[in-house]
Design a protein around this ligand. Structure first.
Ligand code: FAD
Length: 415
């Protein structure tokens, strides 16, 4: 590559989409990763493009739920006891961001980006010739407890205010959509504005192929080597030093290490999560992701089988996996859907990169000229990858951005 206009660090869904959008604007871009494209967090998620998002995840205010989590009986959350003192400040900030009024404010702030999520994927998938991955069949959430369903009132009201369609269903209505679901719940909600993909890894790879077709290069290298070199930034790669005036940091769960290194104090943490694949018994099938809301897991039809993803785990990023949430949810999951034997023999673990208000940071790195951040996509990296790529590339090109980038500024944590 004769000239490099921009270096993108991290080839997950976010970095790959950033690189692709920059290349679409005619920039010469190098996408750097120490592993293969899309092999980390973006490999194993539930594949949901959550165009339906109203509220961000919230710290539970339900005492019974908190007790279940504390006693390590909950499907939705697990923790390593020795990690709690370290994560406590972040959890307190998360709890503060979960106050009802803050949640409503966040819902308004994030809606424009989420409203574009499916459309932005569709455009990139179609350009990549990878439209076969996309299912526009929505996302079904089932509720076993009448109280949980009744608690959705605020979300329904806000969805109506946003013009976001939803279908509140009874058991029969849900079984019409997904006949293999057993009658262990009474209520369900279909969010038609969500979509899903049958192989998130395949999607990231398809976007990387589009990027290469535009002249972009993917190079093996270590982001920790980034340093100033005259007017430029330089990163050392397997092919030698690469210099560029602009750098985008898209290091997913490893962004925290980089932030610490450059002295940027942002409240960054990871929520770990796992997946396993199962066969379906007999002719049982699913046509869309299903959240078992009161138990705390998702089952999604994937190319590899039925993928079950767990809720969150608070533990050090690099600590050995502890996939205990499967033991907690499996009997209930088998009640809901006739899961057969495992379709794989390993358990995948990934780490959701999170800020306490669940909003990513998309924009300039404070105090570091020429450095941009696309980090902290939490539960929504797949959802927001293409929209993030478009937003940051428009900002870098000095164009009017398609949504207001203000809610995503890093400075919200620094004032
Ligand atoms: C169980 C689970 C289910 C999920 N389900 C969904 C879902 O349904 N929908 C959704 O939208 N999101 C979902 N998510 C979240 C989503 O997967 C993440 O938000 C997203 O993958 C983050 O993408 P990323 O590109 O930021 O990070 P990553 O995919 O982790 O990419 C970061 C890249 O940086 C590279 N890197 C790190 N350090 C260095 C270094 N020093 N040098 C060079 N390269 C480096 C890594 O190798 C990696 O390739 C889920 C997550 C989990 C764990």
């Amino acid at each position: 590559m004769a000239r490099t206009d921009a270096i993108v660090l991290g080839a997950g869904i976010v970095g790959t989409c950033v690189a692709l959008h920059l290349a679409k604007r005619g920039l010469a871009v190098a996408l750097i990763d120490r592993a293969g494209v899309g092999e980390q967090t973006s490999f194993g998620n539930a594949g949901i493009i959550e165009g339906n998002t109203v509220f961000p995840p919230a710290f539970s205010s339900d005492l019974a739920a908190l007790l279940r989590i504390a006693l390590k009986r909950a499907g939705e959350a697990n923790y390593h006891l020795s990690f709690l003192p370290k994560i406590a400040p972040w959890l307190l900030a998360f709890r503060a961001a979960s106050q009802p009024q803050r949640l409503i404010e966040t819902a308004h702030l994030i809606r424009p980006l989420f409203a574009s999520a499916v459309r932005e994927h569709e455009a990139l998938l179609s350009e990549a010739g990878a439209g076969h991955y996309l299912r526009k069949t929505g996302w079904l959430k089932v509720y076993r407890k009448a109280r949980s369903f009744a608690g959705l009132r605020r979300e329904f009201d806000l969805a109506a205010e946003f013009g976001l369609p939803l279908q509140a269903l009874d058991l029969g209505g849900a079984q019409t959509l997904e006949p293999s679901l057993a009658p262990v719940f009474e209520h369900a909600v279909l969010w038609p504005q969500a979509a899903s993909v049958s192989n998130p890894y395949g999607v990231t790879r398809a976007y990387a192929a589009s990027f290469r077709a535009l002249g972009g290069v993917v190079v093996a290298g270590d982001a920790r080597s980034l340093h100033r070199s005259g007017q430029h930034w330089r990163v050392e790669t397997d092919e030698g030093g690469l210099d560029a005036p602009q750098v985008v940091v898209a290091l997913g769960p490893w962004a925290g290490d980089w932030l610490t290194c450059v002295g940027l104090r942002l409240p960054f943490a990871v929520k770990r999560g796992y997946h396993r694949h199962f066969t379906a018994q007999g002719n049982a099938a699913l046509t869309r992701p299903v959240l078992d809301a009161d138990v705390g897991y998702v089952i999604t039809p994937m190319e590899m089988g039925i993928r079950m993803t767990t809720g969150v785990e608070f533990a050090p990023r690099d600590a050995p996996p502890t996939p205990v949430q499967f033991d907690r949810v499996m009997p209930r999951a088998r009640e809901l859907f006739p899961l057969g034997p495992r379709a794989d023999n390993t358990t995948w673990m990934g780490c959701r990169p999170c800020f306490p208000d669940s909003r990513p940071v998309i924009g300039r790195a404070p105090g570091l000229s020429g450095v941009w951040l696309a980090i902290g996509h939490a539960h929504w990296g797949l959802t927001l990858g293409p929209a993030t790529g478009r937003l940051i590339s428009e900002m870098m090109a000095g164009e009017t951005s398609f949504v207001d980038p203000a809610p995503y500024r890093a400075e919200r944590f620094l004032s």
